[in-house]
Every structure is written in structure tokens, then in C-alpha cells.
Ligand binder design. Sequence first.
Ligand code: NDP
Ligand code: MG
Length: 394
Amino acid sequence: MPVQQVTVLGATGSIGQSTLDVVARHPERYQVFALTSHSRVDALGELCLRFRPSHAVVATGEDAGRLQSRLRAAGCPTEVWHGPAALVEVAEHARVDVVMAAIVGAAGLLPALAAAGAGKRVLLANKEALVMSGALFMDAVVSGGATLLPIDSEHNAIFQCLPAGSRCGALPTGVERILLTASGGPFRTWTPEALRAATPEQAVRHPKWSMGRKISVDSATLMNKGLELIEACWLFGVSPAAVQVVVHPESIVHSLVQYVDGSTLAQLGNPDMRTPIALGLAWPERIPAGVAPLDLFATASLHFEAPDEIRFPCLRLAREAMAAGGCAPAVLNAANEVAVAAFLDGKLRFTDIPAVIEQTLTELPMMAADGLPTILEADREAREQATRLLGLMR
Ligand code: NDP
Ligand code: MG
């Protein structure tokens, strides 16, 4: 097989770094075509010196100029581009085979869609893109002839538990239910009073996974599981009623699929994103990922419990947004991004995150998701509305 050319969108992030770790273990299979970042330009420079991609993308022309000079001085051949159009360009470039979509939030939507439309092997970590654009994204995968591989550990686990040859988009016959596991986050056992006083530092200290700050807060509010519920509905062609969320604090069982004959298949492993990333890169083959094998004697016992939607209303909000359809999931996502950023900035209480989201959903008129412009408009309006609400909550 010829060496695969890989674009890593969001290379400086947690998923980006894990992807490059796996890629570096297999130089005979993968070469880096492009790496992108947003604010961490120096870190991107280090990655360029190490992986020598054809292209790097940063946010601004000023950053691009600085990075280009640094790389030229070091004899590195990478050409540096900037801005959202350049993200799309390195995602759909004719020389690219594989695109890791690991930008956080709505900013990742357009390049992920471009990769799908251009028929790439799309490794989808950026769940917000799919939550925003569900049907549109899945249509782009089909019309572009892309191969979509879920990287979110739960969806990757579900994918692994489906019959061989299954593709994303439609559920094979014989599946009754999907069980989506959730760690429960750092505040799983906290009282409502303690939750009111939760700080950003406490929220980003996840007990099992090392992740970026935004998804760590989502994990603490259970919005991460809400976004994943919506993600599962689109990826596997099921209704929210066919997905049950199960809190499993050890994060060893990454999700399960129940079949009509009474079988339940699960995928287990140590909580390390390099496993789903390696599966996505090599599928249908398997390659070493640098992950230690699971030691069941050390794991000893596994626990499962129902989620508490009273203390963690975000899961309910996501389920309701998916049921409402149209642009409601895009509105939910945008309001959540605004609320989480405000919380991380010390400007919003942890327990007011769901309040901002619910209020935004209530106050915005319902829009059908009848195309990309409408979805982007819903995203913009929701951000404006959520920002206005932040002002009222101080
Ligand atoms: P990080 O915050 O660690 O990294 C985010 C990446 O996106 C960085 O490279 C960042 O650049 C880049 N970025 C941020 N804003 C923009 C923007 N406006 N335009 C272009 N690039 C931008 O996040 P994670 O790696 O944790 O998560 C990435 C995605 O993967 C998220 O959607 C998350 O939900 C999903 N995911 C993550 C998991 C994990 O274990 N981390 C597990 C499952 C899903 P810079 O560093 O320069 O700011
Ligand atoms: Mg996940």
C-alpha cells in the first residue's frame, strides 16, 4: 500500500498530539501532509520541525509570517498558510488521503465537511461538527464517497461492536440498542451545593481522561454525553430512544451494542485515545498504538449506574434538542460553547451553564436545518443570545 498522506486539523491539541504519536510509530504507512493550530503557534512550529509537513495553517497572517521565517531559518520546507479557507484547503487537498478532524468546537465544521465532500478517510473527533450539521454531514460523506470513522472513544467502541463490514450511516439489522458509557466526570458524586461552587480548575481535572479544557468541562456537566448521544444518532442512524446512557466511572468499557438475540457486545481497553485513533487510521486492519494492554486483575471491578439528570441537566437538554430537530442541536452547541468559555473565564457559575443553554433554546425561534447557511446563521444567533444572557446572569 502506498504511504498515506495525513492532514491533522487541530494538531496542537490533545487528540492532535495523540494522532501524531500513533503516526510516528508507523512511518512506513503514514506521512504528515498538513498540520494546523490556532493559538499555539510555537508548539506548531516544533511539530513542523519534527514531521516536516508540506503545509501548516495558523490563524492570522502575522502568525504565518513569523512561523514561516522560523521554519525557513531552520531549513524546514513547510509552507505556512493562514485563516479558515486554508483549513478547508488542506482538508480537501488532492494529495491528502486521511484527515483527522480534531479542531474543537464549531470552528472545525467547514474543514470537516470539506474532507467528507472530497471523499477522504475522515477520522471524526470533532463531535460538535456532526452535532451542528447532522444530516448535511452524513450526506456529504455519502456524496463525496468518504470513509467516516468515529474517533470519539464511545462511538469507536460501538463501531467495533457492529458486524464486520458495517459502515457509518445506517444500523445493521439485529441491533436492538446502543449503550453509551459515561465516566460521570469529576463531579459525579458532588452535592448540588458543591456543584454551585465548582471552579474551572476542578472541572478540568478529569479522573480518567486527559483532554482539552472545553471537552473536560463538557464531561463535568455531562453535556459531553449529550453531544455524544446526538453524535450516535447520526453516526449509526438511530433515534435517541435507542441509545441508553450508562455511567461507568472506571472508563474501561467504552460502550456496548445490544442485539435482538440477547447478546451484548462491548469494547474494553485502557482509557487512551490512541486506541480509537489507531483503529481509525488502519481500519479494517489493526496496528500497534503504544497503549498498554488491559490488565483485568488490576481493574478488579466495574461499576454501572444511571445518570442523574437533575444534578446534570445538560444530558436532558441535548436529548430534547435532538428530538426537536432542525437547528436546535446547533443552537444547543453554540450556547454551550459560549457558556463553557465564560465558565472557564471565571464569569459564569458551573450550575448556570445549563441555564444559559436552556434559555437560549427557549428564546430562539425554531429553524429547519435546510442547508449550511441556515446552520451557520443559527450558530451565530445562538452565540449572540447566549452572550446577552451571560450579561444578565452576573
Ligand atoms: P484541545 O483543546 O486540546 O485542542 C483543540 C485544537 O483545535 C487545537 O489544535 C487548537 O489550536 C485548535 N483550535 C481551537 N480553536 C480553533 C479555531 N477557532 N480554529 C482552528 N483551530 C482551532 O481539544 P481536544 O484535542 O481535547 O479535542 C478536539 C476535539 O476532539 C473536540 O471536538 C473534542 O470534543 C473531541 N474529542 C476529544 C477527546 C479527547 O480525549 N481529547 C475525546 C473525544 C473527542 P491551538 O492549540 O493552537 O489553540
Ligand atoms: Mg467520548
